[in-house]
Design a protein around this ligand. Sequence first.
Ligand code: NDP
Length: 289
Amino acid sequence: MRAQLIDGKAVAAKLRMAVAAEVSDLVKRGVKPGLAVVLVGEDVASQVYVRSKVKQTVDVGMASLEHRLPADTSEATLLALIERLNHDSEVDGILVQLPLPEQIDDNRVLRAIDPSKDVDGFHPINVGQLATGTGGIVPCTPLGSLLLLKSVCNNLAGLDAVIVGRSNIVGKPMAQLLLGESCTVTVGHSRSRDLPAICRRADILVAAVGRPEIIRGAWIKPDAIVIDVGINRIPTAAGKPRLVGDVAFAEASEVASAITPVPGGVGPMTIACLLRNTVEAARRRRGLA
Ligand code: NDP
C-alpha cells in the first residue's frame, strides 16, 4: 500500500485525552459538564451508537444522562422532554439520536433544542453560524473529518476539495468547513454529471455517499488525501456483516498520499468530537474562556 494510513482511532484517543484534561480542569472549578442523550425506539444501530456515546462520556469524566423512550412516543412528549433538558442546569449538551420514528418530525425536534446545548450542531442557528463563519457548534462528523485532514496536512489553503454527498449532517457542513480553510470546494451528488472526472480534480476527496465502494481508485488524483465517511454494512455468508466505506480502499490506497480506513477512520472521531463539543458548550454557557 502506497498511501499513509490516517489512524482515526489514534487521533480520536488523543482528542479524548485533551477533553478529559479540560473536564478535570472544569471539575476543579466546580463544574461537571453533562451530556443528555435521548434515544427513541429500539433501532439496533442507534442502540450501539448510544452505548458508545454514554461510555465515552463517562470515561472522560463527564456526567451522562440517558433518556430512553418507547418507539410509540409522541412528538409532544419528546418536545416536552427537550424543553425540560433545555432548562436543566446540569445539562450542557443535548443529543437526540437519529433516525426518529416516523410519527416524529426530525426538524421540529432539532429546532426545539437550545442552540447553546445543540452539541450535534444541527440547529439552524448553528448551521447559520458555520455558514457565516461566526462561531457556533460544528457537526461532529465533518469536524472529525477536518481534524483527520489536518493531522496529515496542516495548511489546506488553495487546495481543490471535492465532497461527494450533500446531506445536512455531513456533506454541506463539510463544504462550509473546507471553505473556511480556504479550499476551492466542489460538492458532488446523485445528479452530478461525470462524477469520476469531478473527483479526479480533488487534492482532498471526502466521500459521504452511503454507497459501498462507489469511488474507485481510477477516480482519485495521484497523491490526493482521501477521507472516507461512508459506513456500509455488507452481508456475509458467516452472518456478521462486513463494514466497508464509500471508497474502494485497496485500489485508492495505491493512488492517494493518505487515506482513512473503514472502520477505524472517521467513525471514532465522531464521538470524540461530540465530547469536545460538550465541553466547549459547558465553557461557553458559563462564560469561561
Ligand atoms: P445521506 O443519504 O443523507 O446523503 C447521501 C448523499 O450522497 C446525498 O447527497 C446523495 O445525493 C449522494 N449520493 C447518493 N448516491 C449517489 C451516487 N450514486 N452518486 C453521487 N452521489 C450520491 O447520507 P449521510 O450524509 O447521512 O451519510 C453518508 C454516509 O456517511 C453513510 O454511509 C453514513 O452511514 C455515513 N456516516 C458516517 C458517520 C461516521 O461517524 N463515520 C456519521 C454520519 C454518516 P442527493 O442529495 O442528490 O440524493
